[in-house]
Design a protein around this ligand. Structure first.
Ligand code: FES
Length: 162
């Protein structure tokens, strides 16, 4: 979060949704996570400007918002591709081949974990347990879970992403 970052403008829809969230809690800070979720959905990632905008909206210090943004791995504090593939690399998935799933994706996308494909389409990320160990190895793309991954399933998924 840089000093003097330009505050981005949040749409009236996001502002309204944040107001609904904020009204649910006695402490405005409790609404930061939801506010960041809405703002990220609109802006693609949580830039310094988004942090400032959310802070202004909730009348908090930017650092209070920034701390939440950096605590949860669902918030992206760097630009990401249009789609994010979050491959679980925790124990159950690792034991069932998450390592080769990551390697296959790195190869197919031409990036290392943390990188974004040249066309800006996909960011490849590693994640901690995503609560679907029974379907290991697995990944999450947006709010969709892809389980029991094979190379064929990866190809299918990559083909359907715009
Ligand atoms: S270890 Fe991968 S979903 Fe739990």
């Amino acid at each position: 979060m840089g000093e003097g970052e330009v505050v981005v403008e949040l749409s009236p829809e996001v502002v309204a949704k944040v107001a609904v969230e904020a009204a649910k809690y006695p402490e405005r800070r409790a609404a930061v996570k939801s506010a960041l979720r809405y703002a990220q959905a609109e802006h693609g990632w949580v830039s310094g400007g988004v942090v400032q905008a959310v802070a202004q909206l909730l009348e908090l210090e930017p650092i209070e918002v920034y701390e939440v943004a950096t605590f949860y791995d669902m918030f992206y504090t760097e630009p990401v591709g249009r789609h994010q593939l979050r491959v679980c690399t925790n124990v159950s998935c690792m034991l069932r081949g998450a390592g080769s799933i990551v390697e296959l994706l790195e190869h197919k996308l031409g990036v290392k974990v943390g990188g974004t494909s040249e066309d800006g389409r996909v960011t490849l990320l590693a994640a901690e347990c995503l609560g679907a160990c029974g379907g290991a190895p697995m990944l999450v793309c947006g709010d969709r879970y892809f389980e029991d991954l094979t190379e064929e399933k990866l190809d299918h998924l990559l083909a359907e992403l715009d």
